[in-house]
Design a protein around this ligand. Structure first.
Ligand code: ZN
Length: 369
């Protein structure tokens, strides 16, 4: 049985000795619907009801503890003690009669200190419970299993304070990494991912961002744009992308508005790449380099990308990957075209748009005009 050093111990008998042991895996916050001190909450548990919480927190931040945290307390219905012996630690708090007032700063500070201790003492994970029996922190109203037929406890304002202030405060004070709350409630997701060498998500910049935005608008998911789309990824891009993800049947964190590889491929029909090759440039090279002196380069950087792709596909020896689109490279490209089923003029070794796009998708470059 564990007693919190930051609380005044007011041991509740006979419950403290008679109720079964639990392994605490959750912390659940409540409002007691009365402006009581921890002592008065203790008296209420002792004299007026069979229910009780582990802790009570007054408006001034003072904390009382009534039962050890490894003993069952009866404030959370099915979460008090589950069949596997795990259970919830309950924290009551002073409030007005309707539980409509916000927690005071002193109460919030007390919750943060207590939450850190419970995390360290019992390993309660630094997250909001996603299910009624999932380890973490929560407020009474979150799951019907935590009450008898549903409850508004601890009140609307306090439920928001829990998500916006208390939980982030516990996470920060415990030195943990913040976790996004399940089901949102804190605005659009603001993080970036890198797919195929290009960034997407809030703050990303570049032509790939504008391409996503234009595709969203084309497919009817442009409703959140006030202006744009353009090359800067803003919240509107996230919200539009989220609508698109939901249309694919994604939910939860899979539909947070930040692209994944699968949804991006569905939207664009391909994955954009950081490497870009201009069709006009490689065609110009293919018409110039074979006639020029050995090793002549026209747009050598882009040609080298195409040559490396041909080598990786097995059509060109690695030693001819040199940035010069000479006779050997034209022969290699013709062989690649024949492998796609082209014949005659269509397999003359001069890159065409469709064959170059196929090569780019296989080997990770984008084709531009
Ligand atoms: Zn409650």
């Amino acid at each position: 049985m564990a007693w919190y050093p930051g609380a005044e111990k007011m041991e509740l008998e006979p419950e403290s000795d008679e109720q079964p042991a639990i392994t605490p895996t959750q912390v659940i916050f409540h409002s007691v619907a009365a402006p009581w001190t921890p002592r008065r909450i203790y008296e209420y548990w002792r004299d007026s009801t069979n229910l009780e919480s582990h802790f009570g927190v007054g408006y001034d931040g003072s904390v009382g503890q009534y039962i050890g945290t490894q003993t069952r307390a009866d404030a959370n219905m099915r979460a008090n003690r589950r069949a596997d012996g795990t259970g919830a630690v309950s924290v009551e708090s002073a409030s007005d009669d309707q539980s409509t007032d916000p927690w005071t700063d002193a109460q919030i500070n007390a919750f943060v200190a207590l939450g850190v201790w419970l995390h360290q003492r019992h390993g309660i994970p630094l997250r909001i419970c996603g299910e009624w029996d999932e380890p973490g922190f929560g407020v009474h109203r979150m799951f019907p299993e935590w009450s008898d037929g549903g409850t508004a406890c601890p009140g609307d304002i306090r439920a928001r304070q829990f998500r916006d202030v208390v939980m982030p405060g516990i996470v920060a004070a415990a030195g943990g990494a913040p976790l996004p709350p399940p089901g949102g409630g804190s605005g659009p997701a603001r993080y970036r991912v890198t797919i195929n060498g290009l960034e997407y998500g809030y703050g990303a910049h570049g032509p790939q961002v504008e391409e996503v935005g234009q595709a969203l608008v084309r497919q009817g998911f442009g409703g959140h744009y006030q202006s744009g789309p353009d090359q800067d990824w803003r919240d509107a891009d996230t919200l539009n992308y989220q609508d698109f993800q939901r249309s694919l049947g994604y939910s939860g964190s899979d539909a947070d508005g930040v692209p994944g590889e699968a949804s991006l491929r569905r939207l664009l029909g391909r994955l954009p790449s950081a490497q870009r090759v201009s069709l006009a440039h490689v065609v110009a090279a293919a018409r110039t380099d074979p006639e020029a002196e050995q090793g002549h380069q026209t747009y050598g950087g882009e040609v080298r990308i195409v040559e490396q792709a041909l080598a990786d596909e097995g059509f060109l020896e690695q030693r001819w990957v040199d940035g010069s689109l000479g006779t050997r490279t034209v022969q290699a490209y013709a062989a690649f075209q024949r492998s796609l089923g082209y014949a005659g003029e269509d397999a003359n070794g001069i890159p065409g748009r469709r064959s170059l796009q196929v090569l780019g998708q296989r080997r990770g470059f984008d084709v531009t005009d």
